[in-house]
Design a protein around this ligand. Structure first.
Ligand SMILES: Nc1ncnc2c1ncn2[C@@H]1O[C@H](COP(=O)(O)OP(=O)(O)OP(=O)(O)O)[C@@H](O)[C@H]1O
Ligand SMILES: [Mg+2]
Length: 304
């Protein structure tokens, strides 16, 4: 069993060499057998782009489809921690998870079935200094999450919109990364500049057996303006070129819609929310997005 898990790790870490479809089929088989957990880090060097909303809603739809999901709030501003009401609060949060290297007493249960969370308890931002100064700081989160093997199908890590040791640790912990990109010129430029340089800076982590995973950019809060369409088209053409294939832009686009804010106010996953207009079905969008990000999920659509 352990050999299968190790093989899976190797496959994931070398995903550029193998067809991503084959990888996802192998991974889904292993998930079904509870041999592996897929870890996704939601990251962006820019703030306010939609990371927390996307993390909460991806977690919500996977949980409603019957998968066991753990959210980790790695942002000192604990927005994800209060996104969904808690049914059972753990004694500790991310600080204990990382500094004590244990998953005991750090996992809170949300009111959403199958959806747990490690809350952020780092309001002074001291964790970043601890990670910077610890010998194994940047790989600690990656290895502590191995303790969750067989307990979860997915772990989603939300981060602060900046760069720093905590974001580095989160990036190293993910099998792959996800980055929402609003199609306006400042966000698009920052994505190309900031994200590419972050990936390049973290390349040496491969020497510590913590290679950086592929990054999926998703065009986020898309509106109907001509400018947004031009920028989205340009991002698709240009953004991944300097990153030598380590970034790709997803086909599914997430619209700018009030239903996302309404769902956040109601503290429910957006696919459960009723849209005021028929212009967009948040459920259809989230299904398309999840299916593209994690292809071949068995029974996904029928269960949501
Ligand atoms: N698809 C969407 N359509 C419209 N508004 C949205 C959408 N997604 C998120 N928002 C709103 O955009 C704002 C920023 O979203 P969010 O907090 O998820 O961003 P963030 O990247 O996590 O920010 P930060 O860097 O501060 O953590 C919030 O007010 C949220 O309700
Ligand atoms: Mg956030």
């Amino acid at each position: 069993m352990y050999a299968i898990f190790l093989t899976c790790r190797v496959v994931r870490n070398n995903c550029s060499d193998i067809q991503s479809d084959q990888i996802s089929t192998i991974l889904i088989k292993l998930i079904k057998m509870r041999y592996t957990v897929i870890k996704i880090t939601i990251i962006s060097t820019k703030g306010g782009v939609g990371k927390t909303t996307l993390t909460a809603n991806l977690g919500g739809i996977l949980a409603d489809a019957g998968y066991k999901v753990l959210l980790i709030d790695a942002d000192p501003q604990p927005t994800l921690s209060s996104y969904y009401p808690l049914q059972e609060a753990a004694a500790h949060g991310i600080t204990h998870l990382i500094t004590e290297a244990t998953t005991e007493n750090v996992i809170s249960r949300t009111v959403i079935g199958n959806l747990d969370i490690v809350i952020s308890d780092d309001s002074n931002g001291t964790l970043r200094d601890w990670i910077r100064d610890a010998v194994d700081g940047r790989v600690r989160l990656k290895y502590v999450l191995d303790q969750l093997q067989s307990k979860y199908d997915f772990v989603l890590i939300d981060t602060q919109g900046a760069t720093g040791p905590l974001q580095d640790a989160a990036a190293c912990a993910g099998d792959f990364m996800l980055s929402p990109i609003p199609p306006e010129i400042l966000s698009a430029k920052e994505f190309v500049r900031g994200t590419v340089s972050m990936i390049q800076r973290l390349q040496p982590m491969a020497l510590m057996n913590a290679p950086i995973g592929h990054l999926f950019g998703v065009i986020y809060k898309m509106d109907h303006t001509k400018d947004a369409k031009l920028i989205a088209a340009e991002l698709r053409k240009q953004s991944f070129m300097p990153a030598k294939g380590s970034i790709s832009i997803m086909n599914t686009v997430i619209p700018n819609s009030v239903v996302f804010r309404d769902a956040a106010t109601q503290r429910i996953p957006v696919h459960r929310a009723k849209s005021a207009t028929n212009a967009i079905s948040a459920k259809d969008t989230m299904i398309a997005f999840t299916k593209e990000l994690i292809p071949n999920l068995p029974d996904f659509e029928s269960e949501v």
